[in-house]
Design a protein around this ligand. Structure first.
Ligand code: PAF
Length: 287
């Protein structure tokens, strides 16, 4: 067992690539990285706490990545509070916060994009063109700068996890990509930085997503193997909630994300649903 001084006492904030490299040069290994866009919630807390428990140095990056937002209005309204985020990092045992500017991550003249193939195309990839190019590009930069042994991501963004795993494998980046279970509110709503935008009525309606996913799981547990029947079951459940406007409802192979006719292996059941102006995603792995 490693004994450490109070984590808050030594939490260091760095803002440049150079300062990050310097801090990491003397950091005990293994290093765990938790990439975030800030506005940390209980889901991030769980990732940081896990990294702290499993590695000797925990690095949290806080960077609202402009390249993964298609809509400038969405980027502009992304919630930010660095002081609060840093306090949460300290509470959960992080050792280092990397909070760079946009110019530090993408210096003048930056002209490279990492584009992942098939697994990045459907679902969120289709709904948000360019989104996963932005995610893969920034995560590749972070993986390279931090050189962590392990990096932690939430299962809520299941497609993002697949995209990052593919990118790391293809670019021979040795960082192990770890998926952590989705953290939920008591009523089942997945924790998300976007939940803050829900009106009280939309917030009350949003657990319909979880009910629909659990209805699909129940169907499957009862032996149903027709993907269409699961999709219909989820749409029927969502239609009970007048404020829920489904964007997509998917029953796909859990590795390739190809839509299925028949369920005969690990399956990702997922959906994106709008509540007013807020679009939420969630999923359930049937394995
Ligand atoms: O999941 C997120 O918060 C972001 O997509 C990530 C992985 C930090 C990349 O900007």
């Amino acid at each position: 067992m490693v004994t450490r001084e109070s984590p808050a006492a030594h939490l260091q904030i760095v803002r440049t690539r150079e300062a990050l490299r310097e801090a990491l040069a003397r950091a005990p290994r293994p290093v765990g990285l938790v990439p975030t866009m800030g506005w940390l919630h209980a889901g991030h807390r769980a990732l940081i706490a896990r990294a702290h428990a499993e590695t000797a140095t925990t690095v949290v990056s806080i960077f609202v990545n402009p390249r993964q937002f298609g809509d400038p209005a969405d980027l502009a309204k992304y919630p930010r509070n660095e002081a609060r985020d840093v306090a949460i990092c300290a509470e959960e045992g992080a050792d280092l916060v990397f909070a760079p500017s946009v110019e530090e991550v993408y210096p003048p003249g930056f002209d490279t994009s990492v584009r992942v193939g098939e697994v990045a195309q459907p679902l969120e990839g289709a709904a948000r063109p360019g989104h996963f190019d932005g995610v893969a590009t920034v995560v590749a930069i972070l993986f390279d700068l931090v050189g962590a042994e392990r990096a932690y991501f939430g299962q809520k963004d299941a497609q993002q996890l697949l995209v990052i795993r593919q990118m790391a494998r293809d670019l021979a980046i040795p960082t192990e990509v770890i998926a952590h279970p989705t953290v939920r509110e008591p009523d089942g709503l997945a924790m998300s930085s976007r939940n803050v935008h829900l009106s009280p009525a939309e917030r009350a309606a949003a657990p319909a997503i979880r009910r629909a996913l659990l209805a699909a799981r129940e169907c499957w547990q009862n032996g149903e193997r027709s993907a269409d029947i699961l999709r219909d079951r989820m749409r029927a459940e969502l239609s009970e909630e007048p404020l829920a406007e489904p964007d997509y409802v998917s029953v796909a192979d859990a590795t390739t994300l190809r839509e299925l006719k028949t369920i005969d292996g690990p399956t990702l059941v997922s959906m994106a649903v709008r509540f007013g102006a807020t679009r939420l995603i969630d999923n359930e792995l049937l394995d």
